[in-house]
Structures are given as C-alpha cells and as structure tokens.
Design a protein around this ligand. Sequence first.
Ligand code: ADP
Ligand code: MG
Length: 327
Amino acid sequence: MTVISKSSPLLKLQAVKKYYPIKGGILKKVQAHVKAVENIDLEVFQGESLGIVGESGCGKSTLGRTILGLEEITEGKIYYKDSEIQQLNERKRKQFKREMQMVFQDPYASLNPRQRIGHALEEVLLIHTKLSKQARKKRVLSLLEEVGLKKEYYSRFPHEFSGGQRQRIGIARAIALNPSLVICDEAVSALDVSVQAQVLKLLKNLQEKHQLTYVFISHDLGVVRYFCNRVLVMYLGNTMELASSQQLYENPLHPYTKALLSSIPRPRVGNKSERIQLTGEIPNPANPPSGCPFHTRCLLATELCIAQKPNWREIEDSHFIACHHIK
Ligand code: ADP
Ligand code: MG
C-alpha cells in the first residue's frame, strides 16, 4: 500500500496565476491576456495521486507546466517541501528539477527519430548525474526492465515501438532520476483501452515501489476515478471543486462537476433528476465572465453569481468548492 502523508504537503500552490500575453498591432503591444490559470490554491501530499479534470482549454496542462517551471509563473507562490521554488539557489533548483518529472501524452514527439532508445535514456543520466558510461548503460537496462520492456529494445529506434511501448519509454525517462513527483499530462489518453489499463497498472506499481506522488491530468473522468485518490475540477483556469474521488464521483456538489459527470455515459452518477446538461460555449479565457466563471452556463446562476466571484473554501473535511449555492 502506498502511504499518503497528510502532515505536510509535498507541493503547495498559493494564489498561482499564469497569464499569456496576447500581442497585436504593428508595434506588437500586449493587448490582452489569456488567463490560463487563475488564482489557484492547492496542496499535493506525498504518495497521493491527485487527478486534475476539466474540459479542454481549462488550464490543466498550463498548471502542470507552471508547477514544473516550464512556464514562468505570472503571480503567486509554489512551495516544494516547504521551500519556495522561485527562491531556490542554482544548486537546489537543479535538485528540484530532478525531483519533479513529467510524462506527456505523446512521448514520440520528444524523441529523436534517429536516436536509439537506450541512448536517448542515457542522455538524461549524462546531463543530470555523474554516472560513468558503463553505469549509465546498466541503469538504462534496468529501467527498461522496470517499465516492462525487453533489454534488447535498448538498440531500437522510436518508430519500432507501439504507442503503449513508447509511453513506457516516456515513463522510464520520467523515473530515470528517481523523482518524488511525476506530473502525467494525458499520459494514457491516446492509448487503446486495454493498453491504457496496462500502463496505468505500471504507474501504480511504480508508485508503490518508489513512493511516487502523481499529479494526473486527464480529460477522461473514468480513468481519473480509477487512478486517483483525490480529484480537482478546473474550469476556465479556476478551481471549482476538490474532493476525494469517492466524494467527488458519488456526491458531487458543484453544478459544473455535476454537469461534467453527467457527460460520462456509464456508470450513471448521482440522482437522475439532478443531472445537469452542459450547454453553451466555453467562454474566452482572454475575456472571462464576471463573478463566477461558470455563471454563463450554470442553471442555478443568480445575480450574485454574476456580480461576485465565489470564494474557494473548505465546506467539509478536505472537500473544497467555489460556488455561492452550496451552503
Ligand atoms: P488544457 O490542458 O486544460 O486543455 P491548456 O492549459 O492547454 O488547457 O490551455 C489553457 C488556455 O491557455 C487555453 O485557452 C489555451 O489556448 C491557452 N494557452 C496554452 N498555452 C498557451 C501559450 N503558450 N500561449 C498562449 N496561450 C496559451
Ligand atoms: Mg492539456
């Protein structure tokens, strides 16, 4: 069993914002901002799998990339093991970069088609460790084995692998430096259901073996339910609801969460009469609605929702929500 430590968070986000400038005109002046991530407060605990769900464009990937430092933060603070990441000195930053890794949807895109897989994996060790050539090869062979690939695959090229095998290579690369936290961004979304199940099982085994913490980003609510112990629902860059998987799937409170869950064909979630259909377009994140970002599509919206943004608050133990209607 993986032990989840709730004493102090591994990762803590405080009012994190990520805005992308939109430039225009002949002078290429900043005319507006895409508000991809808006004021996010979040804690991630050692050993857990935190799911992040929401419709396409709601800021899931941007949040993951901002946590990893692949995107410069616009505002707010991110703490890793109680140290503010932006304040780390060069040496600690290097260490931090090793401890947090990412698995992407398409590892093929980041692999050099003319480089043998073994060499690609060794490169990671060459850059970040002082291991000898021989030790690097040994480590790569054991990594291949660990992710369920044959040692002979060391000399193969990326095109010689299936989608599932490539994702195993992506996972091998992510765990090569013994990270604590792995952010999986749609890591199994492109795979067939049966292959998906195998890769998820591998991720779970690795989690137990290495006490890994996962932030598991996915638009697939079914996979998240199976894989994650807590789930965060995002909408237009904002956090809407956060709860244990059981609470969220069996007793969703936010109208947006209910609508999202209603769109899963099976198993049916919640009371049928409570089902809310998601209608209308997702607003433009460069020009988000006033008040609650979901008010333009919410059947419960009132004057208050249009005028005032609901606070992000804990309404019961470990259950957070931003909605005026939930008392
Ligand atoms: P998700 O992963 O939930 O689908 P993203 O994080 O990819 O969402 O995108 C959130 C919003 O930020 C979208 O409106 C997207 O168009 C915008 N966005 C993402 N990356 C960039 C970028 N590099 N420059 C400008 N806008 C971006
Ligand atoms: Mg994404």
